[in-house]
Write a protein that binds this ligand. Structure first.
Ligand code: PA5
Length: 472
């Protein structure tokens, strides 16, 4: 087992009000910001009282937090064997990873481009993975189609000159998602109409192996199927063929991805501390959780994280945990310092923020020799990484000064190992939070109504009753 710490979590207990004395925040607030912070606390307390929440200030003693961490650690350990949390067993599935590598090699022999068609959890993880890890040169290109914006779709498809050497990967865990199947239909029709061979001759399906419209088509047409194990939820499936096939096709090393994920599973204390901070946020009455990634490569990772958080945690409140889930807001530094940072600083909504810091993004060697701008002369002798690191820390401190608790996840560089570890870390921490709250972190019943209405409108009464929720 690889014991290198891929990720470390840092936070100041006082900023999270984890000390015995709530007033000892440890921060050197200026007069005006201290006042703002006090009035914010007051309004948050009364909002909390209205909802029957505990006053957030000072309720978390260090021993409360330690007990929460311990409870989270036990739940994290239970995820390794629970029937519905197959995602935590994916790294052990050697046959699955062998099948992924084999298929990627087969496909790469005859094609130059892979297009991944899928929605939500069947796409976002692959996008995050491919945009964060450096890829070896000379490998096939990978694109993702995860929208049915007809204008965008048709201009994209009609502009492709390489349809003859494109491999299509149709991903749907349920095999039933209308957008995915509609895209496959339109692609097939276009291929035939433009004199190419039909879709099934150059495709792979990734789905549950049980019979569903997609696997039925694949079996009928002889399209190879890679399995998403039925105990793995859609948005928890990045560390399966869903992320693995496009990654392997692009030349990423899946064994390293798996090694990273295994590292997280060996470090459940990290999972537990991250999950426990999430519990504290919700109990404080926070409305937002920001994820500030100071790494351009993690821009798409933020969208994956947002979906995982929202679909897993935003569920009706339970008696055990009557605190609403926070709204996940992914941000990228430094860009979003010029955007949503204003909202975080003065928007008047209680929130907390996780930062992701990557040493490689901050440790560049090229020092500025001279500046074109007199006002920037202080940057001479410094690298762009020095500026990036300083901005990350200053933004974090500025937020904390406003009463926003922050925590930092740090790694050395973005590669398959650190990404494998990061995906597994958030999957575990979010699933643990769901279980601690007494909600099911693996379903998403709230999205079914819109699907039913779409079906009812398109198929009409003659087509019979609208199908019920798809269970995954
Ligand atoms: O997490 C989930 O289950 C969802 O976000 C799904 O990934 C998304 O709805 C796509 O579903 P499917 O993979 O069944 O096509």
């Amino acid at each position: 087992m690889d014991s290198r710490p891929y990720w470390e979590l840092e936070f100041e207990p006082s900023a999270w009000k984890l000390g015995a004395d709530a007033s000892a925040t440890g921060h050197n607030l200026g007069e005006s910001s201290a006042k703002r912070s006090t009035s914010k606390s007051a309004s948050r307390s009364s909002a909390s009282d209205e909802r029957g929440l505990k006053d957030h200030a000072g309720i978390f003693s260090e021993s409360d937090f330690a007990a929460e961490v311990e409870a989270c650690r036990e739940l994290a350990a239970s995820l390794l064997t629970r029937p519905e949390s197959g995602f935590a067993r994916l790294p052990q599935k050697e046959n699955l990873w062998t099948a992924i590598d084999l298929r990627a090699r087969e496909v790469a022999r005859n094609t130059t481009h892979m297009v991944v068609v899928g929605m939500g959890g069947s796409s976002l993880g692959g996008q995050a993975l491919l945009s964060s890890c450096p890829r070896p040169a000379g490998r096939g290109q990978v694109s993702f189609l995860d929208n049915i914006d007809a204008d965008h779709f048709w201009s994209w498809l009609r502009s492709r000159l390489d349809l003859g050497s494109t491999h299509w990967v149709i991903i749907s865990k349920s095999g039933n998602t209308i957008e995915t199947l509609a895209l496959a239909d339109q692609i097939d029709q276009h291929l035939r109409a433009s004199g190419h061979r039909r879709l099934s001759t150059n495709a792979t399906v990734i789905s549950e192996t049980r019979d569903n419209p997609l696997t039925h088509w694949a079996r009928r047409e002889g399209v190879p199927i890679l399995e998403i194990p039925s105990d793995v939820g859609g948005r928890y499936s990045v560390l399966s063929a869903v992320g693995g096939l496009p990654a392997a096709y692009a030349g990423l090393k899946c064994d390293r991805l798996v090694a990273g994920a295994k590292w997280t599973l060996e470090n459940l204390d990290l999972v537990a501390r991250l999950a426990a901070l999430g519990q504290v946020q919700a109990q404080r009455g926070d409305q937002m959780t920001m994820l500030w990634s100071y790494a351009e490569g993690l821009r798409r990772f933020g969208f994956w994280w947002q979906q995982l958080w929202a679909e897993s945690l935003a569920k009706p409140l339970t008696e055990e945990f009557p605190y609403p889930a926070t709204i996940p807001v992914p941000c990228v530094g430094a860009c979003d310092q010029h955007s949503v940072l204003q909202q975080a600083m003065q928007g008047g909504r209680p929130l907390s923020a996780f930062f992701i810091r990557v040493a490689a993004c901050e440790e560049t060697t090229t020092k500025l020799e001279r500046s074109l701008f007199e006002s920037q002369s202080f940057l001479v002798g410094k690298t762009l990484g020095d500026l990036y690191a300083t901005q990350a820390e200053s933004t974090r401190l500025a937020l904390q000064e406003q009463g926003v608790p922050t925590a930092v996840l740090r790694t050395k560089l973005l590669d398959e190992r650190s990404l494998g570890a990061l995906f597994m870390l958030w999957e575990m921490a979010i699933a643990v939070q769901g279980l601690r709250r007494g909600v099911n972190p693996f379903d998403q019943p709230g999205v079914e109504r819109g699907k039913q209405m779409t079906l009812a409108r398109l198929s009409g009464p003659a087509a019979g009753p609208v199908s019920g929720p798809v269970s995954r």
